[in-house]
Design a protein around this ligand. Structure first.
Ligand SMILES: C[S@@+](CC[C@H](N)C(=O)[O-])C[C@H]1O[C@@H](n2cnc3c(N)ncnc32)[C@H](O)[C@@H]1O
Length: 342
């Protein structure tokens, strides 16, 4: 017997390098799968990168600042699910922390689009700091009013098959679904122990320690491969000749310690080997640092598919019971009398 697969038509807004979408595309479960039908961004290197890696997907260059409520741009793809990670610099620890600086508004635009299009599902990813912002409260209320049941959770990528400490917030909405329904699925999928670089790469990186340029020199910069990597950010610099060992550093800054390459950093983001990045080195680093780790996205995608598959099974079972009841139903007396004739 051939197994059928139900494809969930998926569109990705603010698609960047495609980490979120690639992870969703890789998730499969009990006959359900995501099909990435369209991806949107307005940054040339991202557009070129997406074209290289998603050959069967429509890649749309669109500036969401110009969204005027014309939902046909999205409804023509008939999406079952809209996913996206609106820019988070204005919410992030590294950013200026002013949510009214413009880019925070793009989170509202994400919600506007979802509510206009009304797909069965949506997934919004962001930094965990979004939880402390007014924009977060606004979008959550708007989704709830539009009828979405919400599951929300901050996930640590190192517990989801990624050798990196990176905390990201996920809001998952199901139209007319109950709140929190995916929490048991997400919790069950977490590993007990964080993944280290050695767990993921073995000895293939050829280093025991490496340099990760710190945000400021009050922070450590040398890490061991026997721990998860710190968050991969959008900048990657060489070790300065004047660098002095920080008390938290895992080793002395000697000639064996080097920064990881752009490609190695993409692997820490769990992009597969052979994934193409377009643009200058700075643009590639930015795109890779911005991305949702592929395996983290895959983990979230799998939980949604698992839930959908379980719900479908429950519905089928109920339908089976109903049918059985109908077939074994004994005709009642009134039926009999009506069959008896005059
Ligand atoms: C956090 S990144 C998305 C990362 C992506 N989800 C991934 O996993 O690789 C945000 C993206 O939003 C895009 N962006 C920013 N402002 C935009 C706008 N006004 N319209 C469309 N895209 C925009 C940026 O170019 C960037 O690629």
């Amino acid at each position: 017997m051939t197994e059928t697969t139900t494809l969930l038509r998926t569109i990705d807004l603010y698609a960047g390098a495609g980490g979120l979408a690639y992870g969703f595309q890789s998730a499969k479960c009990n006959g359900f799968k995501f099909e990435i039908v369209a991806m949107f961004d307005n940054w040339k290197p991202a557009i070129e990168t997406l074209k290289k890696n998603f050959a069967n997907t429509e890649i749309v260059n669109m500036d969401f600042d110009t969204y005027d409520g014309d939902k046909s741009v999205f409804t023509r793809f008939a999406p079952d699910i809209i996913i996206g990670g609106p820019p988070c610099q204005d919410f992030s620890h590294a950013g200026k922390r002013n949510e009214d600086l413009g880019r925070g508004k793009l989170t509202i635009t994400f919600a506007d689009i979802v509510i206009d299009v009304r797909p069965k599902w949506f997934v919004m990813e962001n930094v965990d700091r979004i939880l402390r912002t007014q924009k977060y409260k606004l979008v959550k209320t708007a989704f709830e009013r539009a009828g979405y049941g919400i599951t929300e959770k901050v996930l640590d990528a190192s517990l989801c098959g990624v050798p990196q400490k990176r905390k990201r917030y996920f809001m998952i909405g199901e139209l007319w679904g109950p709140n929190g329904v995916l929490l048991p699925y997400l919790e069950k999928s977490l590993a007990i122990k964080p993944m280290t670089l050695r767990d993921y790469f073995g000895d293939s990186l050829g280093v025991e320690y490496y340099y990760r340029h710190p945000r400021n020199y009050g922070r450590r910069a040398i890490y061991s491969i026997d721990e998860p990597s710190p968050t991969v950010r959008g900048v990657n610099r060489p070790i300065p000749s004047t660098y002095k060992k920080h008390p938290g550093d895992a080793a002395e800054p000697d000639e064996k310690v080097r920064p990881l390459t752009t490609l190695e950093r993409s692997y820490i983001q769990t992009f597969p080997r052979g994934y193409f990045f377009e643009g200058s080195k700075t643009e590639k680093e930015q795109m890779i640092g911005n991305a949702v780790p592929v395996k983290l996205a895959e983990c979230v995608g799998k939980c949604i598919l698992n839930y959908i598959a379980d719900s479908a099974k429950t519905k089928q079972k109920r339908l089976g019971i109903c049918l059985e009841e109908k077939l074994t139903e004994k005709p009642n007396s009134s039926n009999l009398s009506s069959m008896d004739g005059p």
